[in-house]
Each structure stands twice: as C-alpha cells, then as structure tokens.
Write a protein that binds this ligand. Structure first.
Ligand SMILES: [Zn+2]
Length: 578
C-alpha cells in the first residue's frame, strides 16, 4: 500500500471535513454550507461510503486531499503533509521538486529557527530583560495564553548568547548565519542579530517558523524600532504574511480578510475575536502577498494609515489590490492610531463595530474628496473632479464606472457629459514592471498553458500521442500532428503563422530541459503530469456539458439517465485524482 492509500484508509472524510466546517447528517450522507462559495442553503454533500465530497452549487469536490487543499489554500504537497501528520503516516521522500541538498538545507534552517524560537521564549520568562518585555506586552493587552499561542519571545541584550546556545547544540555557524540569526565576523565569531528586543516569530501556513521580527522595548535613539530576518532560504518578505497560519481558515469562512500593519495589531485583533486578520506593512505589500490572499478570498479590508504620512504607500497598496480584482474596503479608526489601541482603550465591541462598518473604497474616496470643499465654488468642483476621476478610471467594470461618473455629476450638479469628456482624458500611470507581454501571458487559459507546456516537453522527448490527442484543441492538435510526421522539428513547423508561439515553445523547451535536469525530474514524469491535468480539464468540460443537458432536458426519464451518467463521471474523476 502506498502512503496515499494508507492515509486515506486511516482517516475518515467526515472527521477531516468536520474539523473545518459543521456537517449535518442527511440520510446516509452529510450536508453543509459550502465554504467555497457564498450560499445560505447547504449544497455541499459528503459521502462516508464513497469517501468523497461534492458541492452542487459551485461543483467543487473530490477526496480529503482536495478538501484540505481548497480550504487551506495550499498545494497538494502541503495537504499531504497535514493529512499524513493527522493520520500518523510517515512520509518518505516527498517534495520531489527540491533537490536533496536544498531539502536538507531547508530542514536545517528550519531546525535552527525552531531552536532559536525556544531560546527567545525561554528568555522572555527567565531573564531580567524578559521581565520588562513582558510588562510591556501585558500593558499592550497580552496575556500568558496569547504569548504562548503566538510564541512571543525576548532576545537578551548580548552579542553572542543565542549563537553560543545554538553552537552548543551542534549547529554549524554557517547555518546559524544562513537562518538570518547572526552575522559571521571577520574573526570567525558570530554576532547575534537580535538583541534586547521583543521577538515575534513569522510562520508559514504550516506553522513552521521561517523568521522573526524584533521590536525594541523603549524609545532608544538611533536604533530601528523593528528589525526583521533578512532574506533567507525560508524567509522572503515579499511573501510572508504575519498570522496567515492562524487566519487562513477564518478568512475563507468569512470570505474576507482584514489587513493591518503591525504584529501587535494582528494579535490583538485575533484576541478580540476577529481571526480573519493578517499583518503586512503598507509599504511592503506585494503582488505575491495578494496572490496568496486571493486563494482565500477576493474581499480585502485595509486597516492602514490613511493620513498623510502613510497615505501614499497605502494608496499604492490599495491600487495594486484593486488591479488584481479584489473588492477593497477601508476601516475608519477615528482618533485612534491603530487597531491595537482601539481594542485596548475602547474594547473589542468597538473594534468589531468598526470592522462591521467598513467603508467601500469608492465611498471612502468620494467622502474624502468632498471633505472641506464648497461645491458652489468652481475651483472646488474642479479639485473634486481631478481627485476622483483617476479613482473611477481604476474600476475594472464599465457599468460600475458609469455609476460613479453619474454619481459625481449628480453630487456636483454638473452635466454628466461634461464629466465624461474629462474622464476620457484621464490616463493612469503604469507601475513599473507591468508590461504588455505579462498581461498577454496571463490571459492564456489554464488549458492552453498546459498545451504549450506539453509541446515543450514533446520537443524534449517524443512520445506516441494518438491515445490522447483528443485532449487538445484544434490548433495544438495540428502542431502535434506536424511534429509527429517530421523528424526535424523546426522544419515541421516551417510556415506556421504564430511566430510568437513557435519561439516560446522552442526556447521554452530548452529552459524546461534545464529545469528538469537541475531538479532531477524525469521528462516522462512531467509529461504524465501534464496529461493528467489536461484530462482533468477535459473531464470538467464533459461534466459541464452534461449538467447543461440535464438542466435543459424536459423528459424525466432522459433526465434520470443523464444524472446517472453524470454521477459515474464524477466517481470516475474522483477515483483517479492524485
Ligand atoms: Zn460550493
């Protein structure tokens, strides 16, 4: 029996799923409100007999792996780890995309960081400096449980205590440095990076420590208030989201995520009962952060500094999120500086009230633009228009755009066509790094990406394609057939119109070969993966067509037959997954 079957045998799908959402018994099956789409009636079914689940609202479904992947927003490898752990099955040699050396390096770095976290936790509870650190934390609203949960620690005021501790445990200096915990001095000794600071660990979605943030205690001068782990094998600040491991399931359930700027804000928000909160500073928010969040929700609530100091960075962050298709709202903290202050001084009810009255971003921009202006004055009218038109331009939907143009015209009591005239002149600056080719690539469908990927692999290794040529669309079918007939690949595609595609495939094949070699992945394995995914897409399409026919079929007997057919398709595709 392989590891996958072993895990499936040991775990019951009802137990796994009810760890995340509430299941109700319905005959031999279970039923729940689907966490993957918005609904009020329960259309997600779980079958203990077949050990599969399926949502009849959004057609997501599969086995336990598929469920954990979806709800945790992780890839198959991570879902495997989580479920193996739950089942008590030891995994051998997974993670095949990394080379052995990198794997050991990651593991070692992770171990060093874990030891360091324990060290910091110990010093928070057992040192003079730790005592004042704890006093500070308690003043800001922490309690013992919270400190333990979030593994808050303290780095003693020493240049070598941590390094010595780690070296005594047998860790090589190089790994201690590589983990971002110390610098190697010219004399060959280590110097600790974090000194006399409160330490907040950064963890990944699996709650493994990847780095630290250190905050100074008092108001020392000439020292940075916050110090972070530098870029390491595990820590990448453009991806790390503070609190994501504790927030992810709640973000999915609530279908929204609140972004705050400080670690303490994040922890306090969790304590106050809003657990769909992560922290990232406005200046640091990247496309990668947003991509990670997109796996969980399309609704973001920013609790960032909207006043002059941080306003520019915040606006950039909000623009980025809007461009990526998020619905953005903002919180108005009124006179308080940050969420932690609101919760500490005014209580959690106040905070929850603020969260519940989050303002949609366009409403916020409108309110702000009209603030302190007199719409009787032409100059003020012009200012308001100048401020709002670029914001309206950023809306991705023309109906919505129209709505706000009209609203603006109404509120300013000017003619809509005049606003439209001005609107047509507005040009948005492109942010750097955003190019046309990138946009073009993103518009390729998942299927076409896979078809291209397959062609590249096919150039590396020709295989017999007749059994699965039906998976490809006409365009790629033709190319494959040409390549099959002619030995010399570049001659085979002579005269093809889509030059862009050809260069991508030929050049891409070279890079692909290098990547596969470097990672010791066989072409055959990769080809198989590619075909499996194409097959999935094909079957999805089959299912969609069938369910459309079911909807349109008037004859009940025929409908019955079609449903039967549909169910066997379902069973077939679930059976094959993973
Ligand atoms: Zn659903």
């Amino acid at each position: 029996m392989n590891e996958l079957e072993e895990i499936k045998n040991r775990l019951d799908i009802v137990d796994v799923i009810s760890g995340y959402i509430k299941l109700d018994k319905a005959g031999t099956n279970y039923r729940a409100c689907c966490p993957f789409h918005n609904e009020k009636t329960a259309s997600l079914m779980v079958s203990p007999a077949k050990q599969i689940w399926h949502c009849f609202g959004c057609s997501k479904g599969g086995d336990i792996f598929e469920f954990v992947k979806e709800i945790e927003g992780i890839d198959f490898g991570d879902a495997l780890k989580i479920l193996a752990n739950k089942a008590g099955v030891e995994l051998k040699g997974y993670n095949k995309s990394n080379t052995n050396q990198e794997r050991t390096e990651r593991q070692k770095t992770g171990e060093v960081l874990e030891q360091a976290a324990k060290f910091f936790e110990y010093y928070l509870n057992n040192s003079k400096g730790g005592e004042s650190a704890k006093e500070y934390l308690i003043k800001r609203g922490f309690d013992e449980e919270l400190i333990k949960d979030w593994r808050v620690g303290y780095a003693p005021n020493s240049f070598e205590q941590l390094s010595k501790f780690l070296e005594n445990r047998g860790y090589n200096k190089v790994y201690i440095e590589k983990a971002g915990l110390a610098f190697l001095k010219t004399n060959g000794n280590l110097c600790d990076r974090f000194r006399s600071r409160i330490i907040f660990p950064f963890v990944n979605i699996n709650s493994e420590i990847i780095g630290f943030t250190g905050r100074i205690l008092g108001k020392e001068e000439n020292v940075a208030k916050y110090l972070n782990t530098p870029a390491t094998l595990l820590y990448d600040k453009s991806k790390a989201l503070f609190g994501i491991d504790k927030a992810k399931v709640e973000i999915r359930k609530e279908d929204k995520c609140i972004l705050v700027e400080g670690n303490v804000d994040c922890i306090m928000a969790h304590k106050a009962g809003t657990k769909n909160v992560v922290a990232v500073s406005g200046t640091a928010l990247t496309e990668l952060h947003l991509k990670i969040l997109k796996r969980y929700t399309s609704n973001l609530i920013f609790s960032f500094d909207m006043d002059s100091a941080g306003a520019k960075a915040t606006e950039r962050a909000i623009d980025l999120a809007r461009e990526m298709g998020f619905n953005v709202s903002v919180l108005d903290l009124k006179e308080e500086k940050d969420p932690a202050d609101v919760i500490l001084k005014q209580g959690k009810e106040k905070w929850i009230g603020i969260v519940n009255s989050a303002e949609k971003i366009m409403d916020f921009y409108f309110r702000k633009a009209f603030l302190d202006k007199n719409i009787e004055k032409v100059d003020d009218k012009k200012k308001i228009i100048e401020e709002l038109l670029p914001q309206i331009k950023k809306i991705d939907n023309s109906i919505e755009q129209s709505f706000f143009i009209q609203k603006l015209a109404d509120e300013l009591m000017v003619r809509e066509e005049d606003i439209r005239k001005e609107f047509s002149k507005v040009r948005l600056e492109r942010r750097e790094g955003e190019t046309e080719t990138k946009k073009k690539k993103d518009t390729l469908s998942q299927k076409e990406k896979l078809e291209r990927q397959f062609l590249k692999l096919y150039l590396i290794k020709k295989i017999d394609v007749k059994d699965f040529i039906y998976l490809f669309s006409e365009k790629y079918k033709t190319i494959l057939e040409k390549l099959e007939k002619e030995e010399d690949s570049s001659r085979a595609l002579e005269g093809m119109e889509d030059n862009n595609l050809l260069s991508e495939i030929f050049l891409g094949a070279e890079t692909e070969r290098e990547i596969l070699e470097a990672n010791e992945i066989s072409v055959e394995e990769e080809i198989e993966n590619c075909l499996i995914n194409l097959k999935k897409i094909f079957e999805e399409k089959e299912k969609m067509d069938l369910s459309l026919r079911i909807k349109n079929e008037k004859n009940p007997l025929e409908t019955e037959k079609l449903i039967e057919e549909y169910l066997s398709l379902l069973k077939k595709s679930y059976g094959k997954e993973n």
